[in-house]
Design a protein around this ligand. Structure first.
Ligand code: ACO
Length: 401
């Protein structure tokens, strides 16, 4: 039954579904997710295989255009992106105006919004060609915003990367290189970041992606839609969980490492404490991304020769939760963000930057979903409500209130 017939049959009947737990907002051919079985696929390819065999740029192409690129397609895509790996000088002034204490997610959302002012041709895009140009533009510029947000936080001068490097290598260079320092590529870090970005690249209609689609559905431009998605991602119940997990693990460590105490707090309904990095709206089984990240966290720390007691606390919490009736009954498993922060910390990325790294990974997913929505000519997103307020009442003069 099509939606027009449904509305005429029901007389415009409105369903209430807080949190959209059972409401599909669109049809999509991008990401398949089976939360009961713990399966995640991008365009039909399993996340395990992509994380092992592909690089982030290939995955971005796959998500956005639907197929894995051949060598020539990938080279062209990368070359087009590199042409736009520069931002207007005034972006530096905007960045300078933020206090050093500003949260990087607020800064990133603002800078992404600011890009609309400097790239007017990317604002109202209609044709596929215009869309392509807006897409390569943002893929070129976004890593600069990410890297500079971190450099500002660390008080480092703002630097561009190098066009001879791979997409992810270049991101690392822009984030870490000091101007007078020879840059030595660490393949362990490149590989770990590639993997993390791939694992975060799309996750169907989550809070930030739905935000991007709904903002884009009013035909607001790509960059404006992305800025809204970044704000949605910031919250601790969504992408902000990776920062919250690390802060929680630090807190447990400072408090003597008593994981049982915190398990008790998480189960206590009077206590607002939640085990951050646990539970998921859709996964009622192991988050397949968490499995891959757990192994990567072990590899990265071992390869870098870091012994981090935080990793032991995380593993301890996971073990206890998997044996605890409260978590088992509610099907609460570690999600993608339970271990990602441990890797970022090993890479010397500040805790407040973790959600920015998530945004960097999610960028191709947001773009793919926005493009799909526009190409399918979806109508403007406009949920209804069940009104529960006052019925009609006469106006009361201010002297009588
Ligand atoms: N710790 C303790 N209890 C939890 C947790 C948790 N992390 N997560 C869920 N529960 C409990 C709830 O209290 C509730 O219990 P009840 O049935 O006795 O009332 C039950 O499990 C169901 O939880 P809901 O909040 O109803 O599930 P929902 O699907 O709305 O929320 C969410 C999912 C937001 C991810 C939740 O599990 C949570 O807050 N987790 C911690 C934050 C987090 O890690 N977010 C990242 C998600 S992944 C991502 O966005 C990238």
């Amino acid at each position: 039954i099509d939606i027009k017939t449904l509305r005429s049959v029901t007389g415009g009947f409105t369903t209430i579904d807080p949190g959209y737990k059972n409401t599909g907002a669109c049809e999509s051919a991008i990401t398949f997710l089976d939360g009961e079985k713990g399966i995640l696929r991008y365009r039909g390819y399993s996340i395990e295989e992509l994380a092992e065999k592909a690089d982030f740029l290939e995955v971005a192409y796959l998500l956005i255009f639907g197929e894995l690129p051949n060598k020539a397609e990938l080279d062209k895509f990368h070359a087009d992106i590199k042409k736009h790996a520069v931002v207007d000088d005034d972006i530096k002034k905007i960045l300078d105006a933020f206090p050093k204490s500003a949260h990087p997610m607020g800064v990133l959302a603002s800078l992404t919004s600011a890009l609309t002012a400097f790239n007017p041709t990317s604002v109202n895009v209609e044709s596929e060609e215009d869309m392509y140009n807006a897409i390569v533009r943002i893929l070129g510029k976004f890593p600069i915003l990410v890297a500079w947000t971190m450099r500002k936080k660390k008080g480092m001068p703002l630097e561009y990367g190098s066009s001879s490097l791979g997409y992810v290598e270049n991101i690392l260079k822009m984030m870490f290189k000091h101007p007078n320092e020879d840059y030595v590529q660490n393949p362990i870090l490149v590989n770990a970041l590639d993997k993390l970005l791939i694992l975060h690249a799309d996750h169907e209609q989550n809070c930030s992606t739905s935000t991007v689609r709904i903002v884009g559905s009013s035909h607001a431009g790509l960059f404006a839609s992305l800025a809204a998605g970044i704000s949605a991602l910031w919250g601790p119940l969504h992408g902000g969980a990776n920062q919250a997990v690390l802060e929680m693990l630090e807190g447990i460590k400072k408090d003597g490492g008593d994981t049982k105490k915190y398990m008790g707090k998480a189960k206590d309904k009077e206590d607002p404490f939640r085990l951050m990095g646990f539970g998921h709206r859709v996964y009622k089984n192991f988050d397949p991304r968490a499995k891959i990240i757990k192994v990567a966290a072990d590899d990265v720390l071992t390869n870098l020769g870091i012994e981090d007691p935080i990793l032991d606390i995380a593993k301890g919490l996971e073990k206890e939760a998997l044996e605890d009736a409260y978590f088992v009954d509610r099907k609460l498993y570690p999600n993608v963000d339970f271990y990602s922060g441990i890797i970022y910390r090993g890479m010397d990325i500040p805790t407040e930057m973790f959600t920015v790294m998530f945004a960097l990974g999610r960028l191709p997913g947001w773009i793919a979903q926005w493009r799909e929505m526009r190409l399918r000519k979806e109508p403007i997103g406009r949920p209804r409500q069940l009104y529960i307020g006052e019925t009609h009442r006469p106006f009361k003069d201010i002297s009588k209130r």
